[in-house]
Structures are given as structure tokens and as C-alpha cells.
Design a protein around this ligand. Structure first.
Ligand code: SF4
Ligand code: SF4
Length: 332
């Protein structure tokens, strides 16, 4: 049976659509074809614009067309003064917030594509001048535009495909699982992110794992060492299987590409305690420690690891290429 999706862009940079267009190297539409997914309307991909587009939305509101998944990209801008007028739906007298609120009542599933629509994201930074929020969260607090108690027609909360931007496969896998009737509430984590990616940490699969184990750290870009100690990498605390997948045809996510993880799948990532690229510390100890690890254990393990760091790892960590290869004598 055809699975209809309707995609709206709220307060968004369009990056989540850009991500979706790279899915599986052939784009979201091709990737979803085997699941009989039909895009009712997408602001960047559909031919309809103006009143033709409004007519599609109105047909959904009137119950003439079933929308299986309402996908919203971008934060909902509620300002000024709760009017939502910072973002009006072109060709209508209504705010985007009002359209989303009404269309969500008609949808079998509602999907927040990206951290902005999930938790508020970047538009909430800097004092949140547009009164931005997510669909069902405002930062870490449940609520947002639709409210804590909202469930879609299938009894599901808003499904948060978090990430800035999310990995394209997270978008297409969520939609294909829904189309196949295989994404249930139990398969969402505590913040309603699909567990197929949220049960991992972004740290998993990073090519710098050996440097992490020995606490051999990079102190500037291009160096090979682990970026947790000095350069703000939060991958040991951020959910996502980013480094276990390929991105744009290349291996791994941000740390593999040489950039510290900024925990873009988490609420509040947009307002770090310090700089994005510098590790916040208290008494010389990183403020953000790996999940599941008591501080005392981390301290003890870090001290032990540092005392046992092989010279090869130590030297390579501070270099932009391997300067000391692995020893050959024990080679079998
Ligand atoms: S750079 Fe980040 S992701 Fe890579 S090993 Fe270090 S903490 Fe983990
Ligand atoms: S590695 Fe971190 S910043 Fe990069 S996509 Fe994954 S969670 Fe986001």
C-alpha cells in the first residue's frame, strides 16, 4: 500500500533535505522507492508551488488525502509574542506553526527531521530571539509545539530523527521502517529517537579509538590523536552510529573527518558550556565524561593509560600522519 509523506520546512537551513538527497548515494526518493513511498509534497522537490501546494495541504486537513508521515524539518518559530508570524506559510494567512499543529492531527506518524524540529536546535541559541522550539521538546524539556501528551493517529509520539544534519540513512530507514509497519514505540529511546541509531554512541567505530584508549590526545586540527581531552569531542556522550556508517561515500562521521563531535543529536548541543572546539574542564578534568563511567574510574583509567602509552601512539597522536609505524618484530 502506498505510504504518503508530506514534508514541511519550518525554521530551517535546509540541511536535512540536503542530507536526505545524498541517501545511499542515490537520494531519498530512489532509496524509498522499494517501500512504495509517495511524496505528497516537499517544498524543494515537488513541482507544485503557491496555491497548488496550499491545495495539497488543505486536502490533507480536510481528510480527503491520507498523510502517513508528516515530516517537519526545522524549528517551529513561535514568536513574536506567540503569534508565529516570524514564519508565515506563503500564500496563506496562517503561520507555519498553525499549519504544523493542524496537520499533525491528521498524520498517522509525525517525524521531526533533524535536531531543530526535534529539540529546537540552533535557532534556540543566543537567547532564542524567535521563540523557537521543537515539535514535542523545548531543549531537554518535553512540551514544544505539540505538547508532552501528543500522540499521532497511530498512538506514537513525535519520532525524533535527531542530528544536525541527521545521517541520511536515519531518515530513510525511519521512513521505510514505518512504511513496513516495523517501527514501534518500544523501538524509540527515552527522547523518542529511533534506537537503531540511538542505541550507539558516536564514539563507536572512530578511527582514533586506539588514541582514546591510551589518552594520546590531539591538541590541534589535522593531528591524529583523540580529540576528547583538548578539542571538545563529545562522541563518548552523544548518541548515534555516525562513525559506523559511511557518509557521502567515505568512511565515518565527524571525528573520522577530523572534526570533534559536537553532540548534534542531543538537546542543547547548540549552547555548549565553552567553545565547540575546546574541551571544557574543571580542575583540569573534562566536564563531559563518557556515559556509564563514574568520574573516579575515568580518572584512574586515564592515569593508567597515560603511564602505559606506547611511544608510537604518543608520537603519532601529535602528528598529521603516521611517523612511527607498528613494531615489526612480533609480526606473524
Ligand atoms: S576523537 Fe572523539 S570519537 Fe574519536 S576516539 Fe576520541 S573521543 Fe572517541
Ligand atoms: S559525530 Fe557527533 S556531531 Fe557528528 S553527526 Fe555524529 S553526533 Fe553529530
Amino acid at each position: 500500500m502506498t505510504f504518503n509523506i508530506l514534508w514541511l520546512q519550518a525554521g530551517s537551513c535546509g540541511g536535512c533535505t540536503m542530507a536526505a538527497l545524498t541517501a545511499q548515494d542515490r537520494g531519498m526518493l530512489a532509496a524509498l522507492k522499494p517501500f512504495d513511498v509517495n511524496v505528497l509534497w516537499h517544498p524543494a522537490l515537488s513541482l507544485e508551488s503557491g496555491q497548488e501546494a496550499v491545495a495539497i495541504l488543505q486536502n490533507v486537513l480536510d481528510g480527503k488525502v491520507v498523510v502517513d508521515a508528516l515530516c517537519v524539518e526545522g524549528s517551529v518559530l513561535r514568536g513574536p509574542h506567540g503569534s508565529g508570524k516570524f514564519q508565515m506559510m506563503p500564500g496563506t494567512e496562517r503561520s507555519m506553526a498553525a499549519w504544523i499543529k493542524d496537520l499533525a492531527q491528521q498524520a498517522r506518524y509525525v517525524i521531526a527531521v533533524g535536531t531543530c524540529s526535534a529539540f529546537g536546535g540552533l535557532p534556540m541559541a543566543g537567547g532564542n530571539p524567535t521563540d523557537a522550539c521543537g515539535l514535542q521538546y523545548e531543549g531537554d524539556a518535553a512540551g514544544g509545539l505539540l505538547g508532552r501528551e501528543f500522540v499521532s493517529k497511530e498512538g506514537m509520539p513525535v519520532i525524533n530523527v535527531a542530528g544536525c544534519a541527521p545521517h541520511p540513512d536515519w531518515i530513510t530507514e525511519t521512513l521505510s521502517l514505518l512504511a513496513a509497519g516495523r517501527l514501534t514505540r518500544e523501538r524509540l529511546d527515552v527522547r523518542a529517537r529511533p534506537r537503531f541509531f540511538a542505541d550507539h554512541l558516536a564514539h563507536h567505530g572512530c578511527s582514533r579509538n586506539e588514541y582514546y584508549e591510551f589518552k594520546a590526545s590531539a591538541s590541534q586540527f589535522s593531528q591524529l590523536g583523540c580529540m576528547m581531552e583538548n578539542m571538545g569531542c563529545k562522541a563518548t556522550q552523544a548518541v548515534g552510529d555516525c562513525n559506523l556508517r559511511s557518509w557521502n561515500g567515505a568512511k565515518g562521521g565527524c571525528p573520522d573527518a577530523g572534526f570533534p563531535c559536537i553532540a548534534c543529536t542531543s538537546p542543547g548541543f547548540e549552547t555548549p558550556k565553552g567553545s565547540f572546539q575546546e574541551t571544557s574542564k574543571r580542575a583540569g578534568i573534562p566536564v563531559g565524561l563518557p556515559v556509564d563511567m563514574p568520574k573516579a574510574w575515568f580518572m584512574a583509567l586515564a592515569a593508567l593509560s597515560k603511564s602505559a602509552t606506547p611511544k608510537r601512539v604518543l608520537n603519532n597522536a601529535a602528528s598529521d600522519h603516521v611517523v612511527v609505524p607498528p613494531a615489526r618484530e612480533n609480526e606473524s
